[in-house]
Design a protein around this ligand. Structure first.
Ligand SMILES: C[S@@+](CC[C@H](N)C(=O)[O-])C[C@H]1O[C@@H](n2cnc3c(N)ncnc32)[C@H](O)[C@@H]1O
Length: 272
């Protein structure tokens, strides 16, 4: 089970991150009477933003879905204080959303997780099946073809090189080759468009937003279990995280950086 220290919660509270997710939620134009899914809700950061946007709305239901029991538990804790919140929590794979829902829904918000899903075709097919006609699918990701501005590539190379060196020198460890996760294929915005259209979803809004991610963002992502195990498979979480964080500090210092830019693709599509 993920400890809170290695959960997504701390990263998700970064100001730049809340702003860009909030912007996607705004683009989805949530309203009274809707059934809304927060898909891959994690520790509930986006669920909270959805509830904030629905502050003046009535008779809505938010269904927060994730496959991680520990993330859901933390989301429940964090949302306990939200007044009048009609939130249901469902543990499910995102690829099996339609099976987990009793009825179809008006809106599905899917933040920062589409890139994790290997079979995006099956995923989008199931998402489309889960929506009412006219229902909306809103997603964002910072792992698409174009998400890493070319001038930042040097930063990533330096950061990873240093992190591996620190891991070897300080702890005598290296990531396990056998446990290496298959690197994720980044889709272009056009490929996302085709994928959505294949399953009857028409894009009504699309934006690419480039944000300046400060050092805290990189330090916090270096503590998030899913990220750390992806970069340093087989390495104990604490040691991997400490190496990545020290490497972030050294790289920012050496390159005299105050931020590193990263682009997010945000899309809203409507089911015909
Ligand atoms: C980076 S977090 C994003 C959390 C939140 N949506 C946000 O934007 O802040 C990714 C989440 O996706 C969940 N996840 C990844 N693959 C999944 C899958 N196949 N089914 C369900 N949840 C999944 C993880 O458990 C994690 O909580």
């Amino acid at each position: 089970m993920t400890s809170q220290e290695h959960s997504f919660s701390k990263f998700s509270r970064n100001d730049f991150y809340e702003k860009l997710n909030s912007h996607l939620v705004e683009m989805a134009e949530l309203d009274s009477g809707q059934r809304i899914v927060d898909l891959a809700c994690g520790t509930g950061g986006v669920t909270k933003l959805i509830l904030d946007h629905l502050r003046d709305a009535r008779d809505f239901v938010v269904i927060a879905v994730d496959h991680s029991a520990s993330a859901l538990k933390q989301a429940m804790e964090e949302l306990k204080g939200s007044k009048d919140a009609a939130v249901q929590f469902v543990q499910s794979q995102v690829e099996q959303l339609s099976e987990s829902l009793k009825e179809s829904v008006d809106t599905i918000v899917f933040c920062n997780a589409i890139h994790y899903i290997p079979d995006k075709d099956a995923l989008v097919k199931d998402i489309s099946k889960s929506l009412k006609p006219g229902g909306k699918f809103a997603f964002n990701t910072s792992f698409f073809e174009g998400s890493h501005p070319p001038e930042t590539l040097h930063y990533y190379r330096k950061w990873m090189f240093k992190a591996m060196r620190i891991l070897r020198r300080e702890y005598g460890l290296s990531p396990s080759r056998e446990k290496k996760v298959e690197s994720r294929k980044h889709l272009t915005p056009e490929q996302y468009k085709d994928l959505l259209e294949t399953h009857g979803l028409k894009i009504v809004k699309q934006e690419i937003e480039t944000v300046d991610v400060p050092i805290d963002g990189w330090l916090d992502i270096s503590a998030f279990e899913d990220f750390v195990t992806g970069v340093m498979p087989g390495v104990p979480l604490d040691k991997a995280s400490a190496s990545l964080q020290e490497a972030v500090r050294q790289t920012f210092e050496e390159m005299k950086l105050t931020y590193v830019s990263r682009s997010w693709l945000g899309v809203v599509a409507v089911r015909a």
